[in-house]
Design a protein around this ligand. Structure first.
Ligand SMILES: [Mn+2]
Length: 313
């Protein structure tokens, strides 16, 4: 196993995600680690197109066994880095999203569970199209400072503040089986996230999160999602910028990394069909802490994805 730090020192080799083998032809892959280097949907500060490369680099620090849960994902299923879902035309959002969708459609047809790193949050839309166009709508567990269910912005329908509104419109996710955790920050329009509430999504603003606590929020996730196949999306800006400053739209007063780890660790009983970590922006991350945090949350997600998938293999 390449990623065993007892076999190969972690500072050596070409930096794939978690030091897994690079398998672009998808042979014998159960879980695909994917980069989605596209940030043409940002409303303010760009840079998350560099997220996959930097998370690959920092993910070399990850080890193989989750000490808290005992899960050893590489012993459960075959995990590989399958490369990047390339935006074929990075200047053209709809075309870029189309090529990302095509990449994930190929994974879905090969029966592979994808765990990806963006990219801005707009990439979750073409990922969901690839995964859920045939078998949707799916449930959604969404960690974020923002609901990302906004309307047109400067006349554009597609941007990183709207993917989950469009995903509902297209029948990719079920709003009544969607839970959004960590919402906060000032807004430019008090009704900006009205769609979330009107469509029946369960919104947990950070104030309510802190009142309920981690355990009750986990129970709420299971109540909302139930047995429905679920996609997990982890926007790094759900975390307080003290932990993850390198992101496009930081909001203070957020989740701490330990709370986020505890919540993700509890998701292994869901029927997970895929997951992503988005909005890591290396140009705003001079120390590398945000990429390290993104890589570590990716490992936490990998552990629950592996347990969930293993049950179904
Ligand atoms: Mn987001």
């Amino acid at each position: 196993m390449d990623q065993d730090p007892k076999v190969q020192p972690r500072f050596s080799g070409i930096p794939t995600f978690m030091r897994t083998p690079y398998v672009p032809d998808l042979t014998d892959v159960d879980i695909a680690l994917v980069g989605v280097p596209y940030d043409g949907g940002v409303t303010n500060r760009p840079g998350s197109r560099h997220g996959p490369r930097e998370v690959r680099n920092q993910s070399s620090l990850c080890r193989t066994i989750n000490q808290a849960t005992g899960v050893a994902p590489y012993e459960l299923v075959n995990i590989a880095d399958v490369g990047d879902a390339l935006p074929q035309n990075p200047f053209e959002l709809v075309a870029a999203h189309q090529s990302i969708e095509d990449f994930f459609t190929r994974l879905q047809q090969a029966n592979i569970l994808p765990l990806s790193v963006g990219g801005d949050h707009s990439v979750s839309l073409p990922i969901l199209r690839g995964l859920a166009k045939q078998n949707g709508p799916v449930a959604l567990v969404h960690f974020d400072a923002h609901c990302d269910t906004g309307d047109d912005y400067f006349g554009s329908r597609f941007h990183h503040g709207s993917p989950f509104k469009i995903a509902v419109d297209e029948g990719l996710i079920d709003p009544k089986k969607t839970i959004q955790i960590g919402i906060r920050g000032a807004v430019a329009d008090k009704d900006i996230w009205k769609f979330s509430y009107d469509s029946g999504m369960r919104v947990i603003p950070i104030e309510e999160f802190n009142e309920l606590g981690v355990k009750a929020v986990i129970e709420e996730i299971y109540r909302v999602v139930g047995n429905t196949p679920a996609y997990i999306t982890f926007d790094i800006d759900s975390l307080d910028p003290a932990y993850a400053p390198g992101t496009g739209t930081p909001e203070i007063g957020g989740l701490c990394t330990f709370d986020a780890q505890q919540m993700v660790r509890a998701l292994d009983k869901l029927t997970i069909i895929g997951a992503d970590v988005v909005e890591v922006s290396p140009p705003f991350d001079p120390s590398g802490i945000t990429a390290l945090t993104g890589a570590t949350m990716m490992f936490e997600l990998l552990c629950v994805c592996a347990v969930s998938l293993k049950r179904r293999l």
